[in-house]
Write a protein that binds this ligand. Structure first.
Ligand SMILES: [Zn+2]
Length: 279
């Protein structure tokens, strides 16, 4: 599934001087899997900054330093498989290509937890709902930063205990698909910030336990849950490599692990697609 995250989509828009033509030359595999982030390039000598649109949203675009542009598009975990237009536009060009979204192959994950972590009384349900609301609000908070759209490394050393996209069953009941990676590691293992950003939320949540949300700018947000302890405060600016906290099993967890989730323009993204091996 992550192979397609490696895909480099290239649009060559060759403007040959004044009078003649604008002939876009396109090359690539125009496909991605649910949860992938794909990189697209526009080679446009001397062009003004273009916009990039897909799935009804604008996506970030950066100059590559040689008058060319690159942009990133995230495919939500539950984006319906099919063909979607990707459109680059500036004052001169409008270049359009179809992106083929493929269904991911996600496994099933069954967990068994104490009843109070699966069936909630009224006050607990109200607490969970307000926590989910606060968490969701962070996914669309603007952050004035523009680090590259990639993670320097995994936030913790460990093994993947539940992969991205797994269909969750809690005590036999189907729940939302798993929107992050679970990394199992001994309790107390250090968690490091994988990309510069600003701490948008630090909270002790009923289901997610001790949780930190970091906004990285450009619509990129990362979430860290079930921590034993947090080393940062809301509003802090953090750098890649800073100590974020320690691995624990707070909230609804069957053992010590870090839940690491990523939202990009509010799409649920597989963190693996932003790690160095995927770029
Ligand atoms: Zn998880």
């Amino acid at each position: 599934m992550n192979r397609s995250a490696h895909v480099l989509l290239t649009i060559l828009a060759c403007a040959i001087y004044s009078m003649v033509l604008t002939q876009p030359l396109m090359a690539a595999e125009w496909q991605a899997t649910q949860g992938d982030v794909i990189r697209v390039q526009l080679l446009d000598e001397g062009g003004a900054k273009p916009t990039l649109r897909c799935f009804g949203k604008a996506w970030p675009v950066m100059a590559t330093g040689d008058e060319h542009w690159q942009g990133w598009v995230g495919v939500d975990l539950r984006q319906k498989p099919g063909s979607y237009p990707i459109v680059w536009q500036n004052h001169k060009h409008r270049v359009r290509q179809q992106l083929n979204v493929l269904k991911g192959t996600f496994r099933i994950s069954q967990i068994t937890v104490a009843k109070k972590m699966a069936v909630f009384d009224k006050p607990t349900l109200a607490r969970i709902r307000s926590e989910v609301k606060a968490l969701r609000a962070t996914y669309v908070m603007p952050v004035d930063a523009t680090p590259p759209i990639r993670m320097a490394s995994m936030p913790v050393r460990g093994i993947i205990s539940t992969p991205f996209g797994a269909q969750r069953y809690v005590n036999g009941e189907p729940r939302s698909p798993h929107s992050g990676l679970d990394i199992a590691a001994p309790a107390g293992s250090p968690i490091h910030v994988p990309l510069d950003g600003r701490v948008l939320l630090v909270a002790d949540m009923y289901l997610n336990g001790n949780t930190v949300v970091i906004g990285h700018g450009n619509g990129l947000v990362s979430v860290y849950s079930h921590m034993q302890s947090c080393n940062v405060h809301q509003g802090d600016w953090v750098k890649a490599g800073d100590l974020l906290g320690k691995v624990g099993s707070s909230g609804r967890a069957t053992g010590p692990h870090l839940h690491w989730g990523i939202r990009f323009n509010n799409a649920r993204i597989n963190p693996d697609s932003l790690l160095p091996h995927a770029n």
